[in-house]
Ligand binder design. Structure first.
Ligand SMILES: [Zn+2]
Length: 166
């Protein structure tokens, strides 16, 4: 799949999301949790000490947990969360040894068995990474358009009156 096709696919996906207005990452997390019937929980932890990543998605039987690097800006944290949400939405799944050892470091009290059962994802294919990264940027860009004030042009007014203005 070309980069252009991937982008198109991701934008189409983002367009179906009906992002909350006013947009916030918290509101999106809340909305997606409700829609999926599975809570998405955000944890801020010093994660890069345990993995090379700034973010980590752990899928358990009952929830999707996103671990975000604590020692970074809020803007970066939100980007990481959106990136991990990208992985969740595309249902990317890969587990491997490295992930297991990262999890054991993060959650030393978990039994190796439990760690094995957790579907954590830090090593994705390049394409999956691109998709997640695109989802993060596109959600951000689309959300920005939502809060942009309506133009005062005639077109804007007509669109607004017809309720077709996005
Ligand atoms: Zn990723």
């Amino acid at each position: 799949m070309t980069a252009r096709q991937t982008r198109k696919r991701c934008q189409a996906f983002v367009n179906t999301l009906e992002l909350p207005r006013p947009f916030s990452v918290d509101a999106l997390v809340c909305e997606l949790s409700a829609r999926r019937g599975r809570p998405i929980r955000i944890h801020t932890v010093p994660i890069s000490a345990a993995t090379n990543a700034c973010g980590l998605w752990v899928s358990t039987d009952v929830s999707d947990d996103i671990y975000v690097e604590k020692k970074t800006t809020q803007f970066h944290q939100e980007h990481i969360i959106l990136h991990e949400i990208g992985h969740i939405l595309w249902n990317h799944s890969i587990t491997d040894q490295e992930t297991h050892s990262a999890l054991s470091t993060l959650f030393p009290n978990l039994s190796p068995d439990m760690v094995g059962r957790l579907l954590a994802r830090t090593n994705y294919t390049t394409e999956q990474e691109q998709e997640a990264e695109l989802m993060a940027s596109l959600i951000h860009a689309t959300a920005k358009k939502l809060v942009r004030p309506l133009s005062t042009g005639v077109c804007g007014e007509i669109e607004a009156a017809l309720g077709i203005r996005r």
